[in-house]
Design a protein around this ligand. Structure first.
Ligand code: GLN
Length: 320
């Protein structure tokens, strides 16, 4: 077993979970109206190891949308589909130092990295350009399902309310799309094609999950791309390595440097209040609590991770 003393590990996770339960600080996302109705008290953590040991705490039956956690997954899918070099002709590997929705390009007039809006929209433009919009969504969605392997009864689905809300209110993303078109960063000969790219991006942000599903997806990444329940290789090892590198350097918005310094693990957060943390070769932690800090990261999620880590620092008793 990867986590030998699972009982003690679970107790630590529960203690860290309880330590932040009462911290209701932070603000809920309002710029996407479909996300603004969440209860601030919602709090859930799930863990899934690479050999399928699972912990699910709090509101683990509640569902929410992936939002920015979709970005490394879309990036990985496209690296395997068209090749890493091709993807990186369109998007860089550098932290941007700006907020996730900043309208700015990096050196060579390409988006800094695929984990910010401008980069993810660019990657979305590479998805099966000659196929129908339904084929493009299905091509991606089937991979998301394979990553998660429907571990939980809630599994994985699509939130049409959030999708429509993003589509109706995502003015910043429309501006980003037009900027990309203007700079020749995406191959879109018409505004209609640009709208299709943005719609795919909104759809992939609107995939609905619970923390068990996110933990299962993360465990597949921790396992080098092989689904921990089915053994199926969903993403190649090389691609997963690249995904984790970018999550390590760019996954937590403009708190990414602090995060890698303090926590030192690949992670990705989303404005719904989700954080997926990868423990390579061990498993994945998924957290969800809607109130966000100044950077857009879940307050309880950050507090939990710090607390859990402090229990393992300089502690050999946990090692099996
Ligand atoms: N769908 C959101 C947006 O494009 C995703 C942002 C996020 O989670 N940071 O604005």
């Amino acid at each position: 077993l990867v986590v030998g003393d699972f009982k003690t590990f679970k107790e630590d996770v529960i203690a860290a979970f309880d330590s932040v339960r009462k911290d209701g600080s932070g603000e809920i996302t309002t710029y996407i109206p479909g996300l603004s109705t969440y209860d601030t008290n919602k709090w859930s953590v799930s863990f899934c190891s690479v050999d399928g040991q699972v912990v699910a705490l709090g509101d683990y039956k509640d569902t929410f949308t992936l939002q920015s956690v979709t970005k490394p997954i879309l990036y990985g899918i496209m690296c395997d589909a068209v090749g890493t070099d091709t993807v990186h002709r369109y998007v860089g590997k550098e932290p941007s130092g700006f907020g996730f929705n900043k309208i700015v390009l990096g050196y060579g007039d390409v988006p800094h990295n695929p984990l910010i809006n401008i980069g993810a929209i660019t990657v979305a433009s590479l998805v099966l350009p000659d196929e129908s919009i339904s084929d493009r969504f299905e091509f991606c969605y089937s991979k998301y399902k394979d990553l998660a392997c429907n571990m939980s009864p809630g599994g994985i689905s699509f939130n049409n309310v959030v999708y429509l809300s993003e589509k109706h209110n995502g003015h910043r993303n429309y501006a980003i799309g037009h900027y990309l078109l203007n700079k020749g960063c995406i191959d879109a000969s018409s505004t209609g094609r640009l709208m299709e790219i943005l719609e795919l991006y909104f759809q992939l942000c609107s995939i609905e999950v619970d923390t068990r599903t996110v933990a299962a997806m993360g465990a597949t990444l921790a396992n080098g791309g092989k689904n921990v329940f089915t053994g199926e290789e969903v993403l190649s090892k090389n691609t997963v390595q690249n995904m984790l590198s970018l999550m390590y350097s760019c996954g937590m918005y403009d708190y990414s440097g602090e995060w890698s310094f303090e926590i030192g693990l690949p992670a990705k957060s989303g404005v719904s209040g989700v954080i997926m943390v990868i423990l390579p070769n061990l498993g994945s932690l998924a957290m969800w609590s809607p109130p966000l800090d100044h950077y857009g990261n879940s307050v309880r999620g950050l507090g939990f991770t710090r607390n859990l880590l402090s229990r393992f620092k300089n502690d050999t008793a946990h090692q099996s």
